[in-house]
Design a protein around this ligand. Structure first.
Ligand code: SAM
Length: 278
């Protein structure tokens, strides 16, 4: 969990959530709670992301700083109001960063591939445990952002390789080069595009991703974290996808929903995850 002065889910309901990142309060859509009523009668925010059928844009009620930052366990996240409606961190992933930290002694010295790595929260959590991480994302701005976060976190010299490439294309290339990874992390979007225009569709492509992960691990997988935010794919489905290709008979796996807890204690479902440790 983030410290409350770094991140707080203030309230949610009627398809919206109100969050505070550091000193900046933002309001965004969260369709999964369209039938839930918010606890608070009125919401005020610094910026609201409004979406119509074609596009979305930020509307400012008061002008937040161009960029600001929050911190979680020594990882600093530089934030901004991105055109996508994101701000630069998915706070629900903090549960996975803490789980990685709990196993820090056992994974020290290993190699990891972090696919769809976005702004690098999981990359930094692994690197902090002494893992050599290959961070892969199709979007150059996301990889640049992740590098800036690592620098702001005092990890400029950490053993992290920064790769701008389509996730499955890069995995195929790594298999040809004979590279092996003991830790595989993937947080794929429902739909995405590689730099060359290759289309990623989670329902179609996740089985292939898991087969490639099995080849990259070559029988020596030590840790897997597979998460998504796709309606219709829950933690149990992720577990099945993983088990079909990877040998996870030994070790301990858990299918866990990713959640955020509001200031009133209400739970906002925020994705699903299957994680496994040898
Ligand atoms: C859901 S975000 C990942 C969130 C991140 N793991 C975190 O917790 O902060 C999805 C990321 O996947 C990237 N992406 C989309 N399609 C891709 C593809 N085909 N190959 C690699 N990355 C892709 C996007 O650029 C985006 O940064």
């Amino acid at each position: 969990m983030f410290d409350a002065n770094q991140y707080a889910l203030i309230d949610f309901g009627r398809g919206q959530k109100l969050e505070r990142f550091g000193g900046v309060t933002v309001r965004r859509a969260t369709p999964s709670v369209s039938s839930v009523q918010p606890r608070q009668k009125t919401w005020t925010c610094d910026a609201a992301f409004k979406r119509n059928a074609r596009a979305g844009r930020w509307e400012h009620e008061s002008q937040p700083a161009d960029s600001w930052s929050v911190e979680h366990a020594g990882k600093r996240f530089l934030l901004k109001l991105a055109p996508s409606g994101q701000v630069g961190v998915f706070p629900e992933q903090a549960a996975n960063w803490e789980w990685i930290q709990q196993h820090g002694d056992q994974i020290n010295g290993m190699t990891a591939i972090n696919l769809f790595g976005y702004t690098g929260g999981t990359t930094m959590a692994l690197a902090k445990c002494g893992v050599a991480v290959t961070h892969v994302d199709a979007a150059k701005p996301a990889v640049t952002w992740a590098r800036e976060n690592a620098v702001a976190s005092g990890m400029a010299d950490a053993p992290i390789r920064w790769i701008v490439e389509d996730a499955t294309a890069f995995m195929r290339r790594e298999i040809k080069r004979g590279r092996k990874y003991q830790i595989v992390v993937a947080d794929p979007p429902s739909f995405g595009r590689g730099p060359g225009g290759d289309v990623w569709k989670i329902q179609r492509d996740l089985p292939t991703l898991m087969e490639l992960a099995a080849e990259l691990a070559d029988g020596a997988l030590a840790m897997l974290i597979l998460s998504c935010h796709t309606p219709g794919i829950d933690a149990g489905n992720l577990k099945q996808y993983a088990r079909r290709s990877l040998n996870l008979r030994q070790g301990a796996g858990e299918a866990v929903p990713l959640t955020l807890t509001s200031e009133s204690g209400a739970i906002l479902p925020s994705g699903d995850c299957f994680r496994w440790k040898a």
